[in-house]
Design a binder for this molecule. Structure first.
Ligand code: FPP
Ligand code: ZN
Length: 314
């Protein structure tokens, strides 16, 4: 099978983070804050977060911060959005630098995106999606400010996006999709509301995502893709059904997606690597307790030691 090329992946991530001008060719420029979260979390899982200078990252991040509203943009000069605000808060948590934030201001921004029906808008333009429910709930929880929203209302909206197959969609009536399931199950886990999930039914739908090649897909009839090792596996762990998939076959699938020469992991064997799939590959292996990796929390998508620091102090 061959092992995890940990050192090569570290080199690959560092080279992507450094090539600022080139970065957009690998991770779209407007997603830079997400890209930073994927890359830095991967480094931490590989025990190499100390290879980057936290001050440099934090000062770039604060240039993406909008003092007027309290949200973060995806890059300098870009509009604020919940997706980037969560990544920013996660990165600061990784570096143990949440103290640089005006926590009241940021949590007011997030809480202000809650709508009357319990859904969350991603930004002032109003598109709603259960992805944003997750971003808001995860963010407020990390900041210890869940009391700023009506959690029950937010939870009942998520429950209204549950389908007859046990899965969840992006809006009520939206098709079940593993990425969306992660968001809904994650938000329910964080708020202590997993009793709303039919664990056997959802567990069955999720374990059916394993394909003949061992990889996981995101919906029926789709090809396996490394990123679903995260979306599906984290959901299975949160509902306590991870033993329903074949871990050895999935491990082999992920390892076969490595660029063994230059580092990085791709969506499926022999494709071009990117930071997104490198993160989800390493995070998936971490969820399966692959040796030598830090373990990652399936709901917060942060290393377990970071989550413990947030909630139980050092
Ligand atoms: C599928 O993406 C994934 C989703 C719909 C979930 C996205 C979740 C977030 C942005 C929340 C933050 C996540 C973390 C880990 C902290 P896709 O567009 O690739 O789906 P496709 O395979 O159907 O194209
Ligand atoms: Zn993918």
């Amino acid at each position: 099978m061959g092992d995890l090329e940990a050192e090569k992946h570290v080199k690959y991530i560092l080279s992507v983070e450094k090539k600022k001008d080139d970065f957009e060719s690998l991770v779209l420029e407007h997603l830079r804050m997400n890209g930073a979260y994927w890359g830095l979390t991967t480094l931490d899982l590989l025990h190499k977060l100390d290879a980057v200078d936290p001050d440099e990252v934090v000062s770039w991040m604060m240039e993406c911060y909008h003092q007027d509203c309290g949200g973060f943009g995806g890059n300098i000069g870009h509009d604020p959005h919940l997706l980037y605000t969560l990544s920013a808060v996660q990165i600061l948590a990784l570096f143990d630098r949440l103290d640089v934030l005006d926590i009241e201001k940021v949590s007011d921004y997030v809480a202000g995106l809650l709508n009357e029906d319990g859904s969350f808008s991603g930004d002032i333009w109003g598109e709603t999606d259960t992805r944003f429910s997750y971003c808001a709930i995860c963010c407020l929880s990390i900041l210890h400010r869940l009391d700023k929203i009506d959690v029950e209302k937010a939870v009942s909206y998520i429950v209204s996006c549950k389908n007859l197959d046990g899965g969840f969609g992006s809006i009520p009536g939206g098709e079940s999709h593993a990425g969306q399931i992660f968001c809904c199950v994650g938000a329910l886990a964080i708020t202590g509301s997993l009793h709303h999930v039919d664990k056997d039914l959802l567990g069955w739908w999720l374990c059916e995502r394993q394909c003949k090649d061992g990889g996981l897909n995101g919906r029926p009839e789709k090809l396996a893709d490394v990123c679903y090792s995260w979306w599906v596996l984290s959901s299975l762990i949160m509902i306590d059904r991870v033993h329903w998939i074949d871990k050895d076959k999935l491990t082999r699938f992920i390892l076969n997606c490595q660029d063994r020469e230059n580092g990085g992991i791709s969506d499926r064997p022999d494709n071009a690597v990117d930071v997104f799939h490198t993160y989800f590959g390493v995070a998936g292996l971490s969820l399966m307790e692959y040796p030598g990796l830090k373990s990652i929390d399936p709901a917060y998508a942060l290393p377990v030691d970071v989550v413990n620091r947030i909630f139980f102090g050092k």
